[in-house]
Design a protein around this ligand. Structure first.
Ligand SMILES: [Zn+2]
Ligand SMILES: [Zn+2]
Length: 373
């Protein structure tokens, strides 16, 4: 004997239409076999659907209220046969609408192709302007021997008798929510509509083979290490009628020990001896565009920043480049011999407060120069 329908839906005997609908909706979501792994979920789902089918129909509900399950049966309604229900997916589709609400049902829909991941490495200099890389990877693609139709070339291909070549079977189902027409891929031809008489020797009739493919990848300027690019449709081929997967390209930017990256700026260091910092000098520093000279003024302090404009990196996909900041490192000479030590001692003896004020200029230059002269 079936359970009491009100009990199944968990509503009172005087529940309104909306309450009954709500209760079923909640149960259906809870019990759908795609989300509920309990072994009796499908049975309970069908039970809830049956209860809803009866209680949502005013006439059936009156009969049930007055005469119970027996009354329904003698009145010609036969829920036990489940004839009206079609599959769980039908009920869901009718109740919750097309797409399926993220339950992933729809069973035998042709499968989309899988995604592929590849990695490319670029130099920092290439990040400045953007670059291009060829990548080679294995991909499941349309068979070249049979051009994807699965038949050995020169052999006949017959139209699928089951679906008449449409590749799809149309089913009309009566559900508690009305008649539904539903298309499912043909189970004989797998949705292709055609059946090869002699299967292709290379792919065995599937129309797809694993092959090596080389693609040119445009790497945009400004890309960061670890960023991924998605090339839609460049992944594995899907089943007939379904889209191909995507190709994901992960970009590695090779370490360049000369530069640190700071957003669109590059940071580098240059070292000079303390004496040159005192006297002033010219240093050559590397940039992504080649070497550049920097004038170090006499008396420049350690840690001084120079800014080389426009030789940094652009933002992703941009053109205007950031700057390069060059940090001056001053090396204090060590292991002085006797003569060197004497020279520094002489210098040390002449230094005055004015020499030790942290500023630059001719005055300081002149005095330091004299001390060394
Ligand atoms: Zn083939
Ligand atoms: Zn077919």
């Amino acid at each position: 004997m079936p359970r009491d329908y009100y009990e199944v839906l968990g509503v009172s005997r005087d529940a309104g239409e909306t309450e009954i609908k709500k209760a079923f909706r909640r149960l259906a979501r809870e019990l759908h076999p795609d989300v509920n792994q309990e072994p009796d979920a499908e049975e309970r789902f069908k039970e809830a659907a049956e209860a809803y089918e009866v209680l949502s129909d005013a006439e059936r509900r009156r009969t049930y209220d007055a005469y119970g399950h027996e009354g329904l049966r003698s009145g010609g309604y036969d829920p036990g046969a489940g004839a009206g229900f079609g599959s769980i997916d039908d009920i869901f589709q009718a109740f919750f609408g097309g797409g399926g609400g993220g339950f992933g049902f729809g069973g035998r829909r042709a499968a989309a192709g899988g995604d592929i991941g590849v990695e490319v490495e670029v130099e920092l200099a290439e990040v400045a302007a953007g670059t291009r890389r060829e990548v080679t990877y294995d991909v499941v693609d349309s068979c070249e021997h049979c051009h994807g139709n699965g038949a050995e070339p020169g052999t006949p291909i017959s139209t699928c008798e089951r679906c008449g070549g449409a590749g799809e079977l149309r089913q009309v189902t009566r559900t508690p929510f009305g008649q539904m027409v539903r298309g499912t891929p043909c189970d004989v031809c797998g949705g292709a509509g055609k059946i090869p008489q002699t299967p292709c020797e290379v792919c065995g009739g599937s129309g797809r083979t694993r092959q090596s493919r080389t693609s040119a990848i445009e790497v945009p300027a400004g890309i960061e290490d670890g960023q991924r690019m998605r090339i839609a449709g460049a992944g594995h081929a899907g089943e007939p009628g379904a889209p191909a997967g995507d190709l994901y390209v992960e970009v590695r930017v090779a370490e360049d020990e000369r530069f640190e990256r700071d957003g669109t700026d590059l940071v580098s260091t240059v070292s000079i001896p303390a004496t040159e910092a005192m006297l002033g000098t010219t240093v050559t520093v590397p940039t992504l565009d080649g070497e550049e000279e920097i004038e170090v003024a006499p008396g420049t302090q350690p840690g001084h920043h120079y800014v080389l404009r426009g030789v940094g990196l652009p933002r992703l996909g941009g053109r205007r480049r950031g700057n390069q900041r060059v940090i001056l490192e001053v090396v204090v000479p060590t292991n002085l011999d006797g003569e060197q030590r004497e020279l520094v001692e002489r210098l040390d003896g002449t230094l005055e407060e004015d020499n030790l004020a942290p500023r630059q200029g001719e005055g300081l230059f002149g005095r330091v120069r004299r001390a060394f002269g």
